[in-house]
Design a protein around this ligand. Structure first.
Ligand SMILES: [Zn+2]
Length: 63
């Protein structure tokens, strides 16, 4: 399944962050994504393929 990722979207990943949240805000899109954990604010760079493989949901940020 292909998701249409956009900056600012909230992506739900299969893997939970140690803080307990599995939702991440997309800050940058490229070969790697920069994601910010909604639970604790931690930022990570993750390979796009890994993001796609672990995506369990995607929603657009509320305006
Ligand atoms: Zn976190």
């Amino acid at each position: 399944m292909a998701y249409n990722y956009e900056i600012g979207d909230i992506v739900k990943l299969k893997k939970k962050h140690p803080c307990g949240s599995n939702e991440w805000e997309i800050l940058r899109i490229g070969a790697d994504f920069r994601l910010k954990c909604l639970g604790c604010g931690h930022q990570v760079m993750i390979d796009r393929k890994i993001v796609a493989k672990n995506t369990r949901g995607l929603r657009h940020k509320e305006a």
